[in-house]
Design a binder for this molecule. Sequence first.
Ligand code: BES
Ligand code: MN
Ligand code: ZN
Length: 507
Amino acid sequence: MTRNGARLPDDTTIASFVAADTVPARADVLAVPVFGDLSSPDGSGATVDAAYLRQRRFDGKLGEVQGLLADDGTTVLAVGVGPKGSVGPDDLRRAAAAVARQSGRATHLATTLVHAVNGPEARDEAARAIVEGLGLGAYVYAGAPRRKADVAGSAPSRYTIVGARSAVVRRAVAGVEATCRARDWVNRPPRDLTPRELARLTTVAARSVGVNVEVWDENRIGREGLGGLAGVAAGAAEPPRLIRLEYGGAPPGGAGAASRRGRGRRGAPCVHLVGKGITFDSGGLSLKPPASMMTMKCDMGGAAAVINAILGLARAGAPVHVVGWVAATENMPSGTAIHPGDVLTARNGRTIEVLNTDAEGRLVLADALSLAVEEKAGAIVDVATLTGAQRVALGDGVAAVMGNDSGLVGRVVAAGATAGEPFWELPLVRSYRKMLDSEVADIKNVASGGAAGSIMAGLFLQDFVGDVPWAHLDIAGPAFLDSDDGWLTKGATGWGTRTLMHLVEGW
Ligand code: BES
Ligand code: MN
Ligand code: ZN
């Protein structure tokens, strides 16, 4: 039971997905790929009547869906996948999302969409993208009132992916489940999804998959010198939390991984993920205008991605070692809130002049990044809904990435492409750093001038990573949408979750 009296499930459940070699007799709908020339590939499982489709003005455009009855009485969905020979995983993810949204009353849907591509490698990629499109496109917030679910025409509870390999489907399901749980957390009203609740949900979900979780309360946060996190939390009635997660790296049955912090299985330093966990960003005393505040429950989108990527890797049994850090607090205005002009001391001893309390993400990240550096992280990747400027520069469909290591930035871009979550690099222009020079502290939290907002935030964070290879992912735009778009759904998108999973898996 939440503070608002809503009954929410403690965990996210998604439909079941299985791989098969042939079309199962029991499926009530079969979704078949149709190219722009209205032909279907071999192995489609049903012959679609091109003349009928043409008559219905169906022309095989990507994402077009048309229902028809096959000769043997099965219901077939013709699914446009675009021109023959140029179909890729991003196309199939989009087509599959359209299928999930338009599958009518089907409860068990089978699809031969994998056959739209040729070759074993392309088929594996296709199968993954199809599971993602079906699972993510059908997402409805678990806390939504019943009528919302009914309007959405509740999607099938069972999918059979014909021509896919089981291992590929299982791995894709882990990504879908992680992304949907990230969406559920972000979509929860901020009054319900508090820092304490975020820590509790993390602990509950981690227990069943063997992820180690440590939570610091407000007293410990103060004792440990997390001045950025404590400073932002000073205005809130809800107490802050620092969450540390660790998966893998411990010898089976041996001593806990915590004794060898930052070190991997073979003693090699591992990757640390850091998430911004502002459960609501009012701006603090530098209060946001009402319109800008309406979506600010999304400000823990980075934290949701980090936590659920690690949970997803664990669920998939990925042979990796990864540590996660989440700094969680509300950013509220009150008589106890920090003032513009205050100076905070971060975990690593650096002092920060706070001139705008709405630039709070970088304050809490400063502490979390310092902790990762202290543990001798091999690399650090932070994810944050950090700047409105990211949205101005790249919009809602592309996230920004910055960093001090071109190899790491390249890996992020590649992992994002695999996930269907594009990232574009912005430069950390060294000569801009002087705009963050402060007269009273080591650094100030906003630049004079106000230009290059996303880069200035990146340059601020860079002061807290030393020379550890580091990448900063600013997902302010893509984290939360006004309307459905392909496999992305209105509201929280869970952006970054699957990118992080691919990044860590490829380590
Ligand atoms: N959480 C916001 C950034 C944001 C904006 C996320 C829009 C999602 C959508 C962040 O804390 C913020 O307020 N940033 C300020 C920084 C400024 C004061 C330097 C901004 O972008 O305006
Ligand atoms: Mn803010
Ligand atoms: Zn914020």
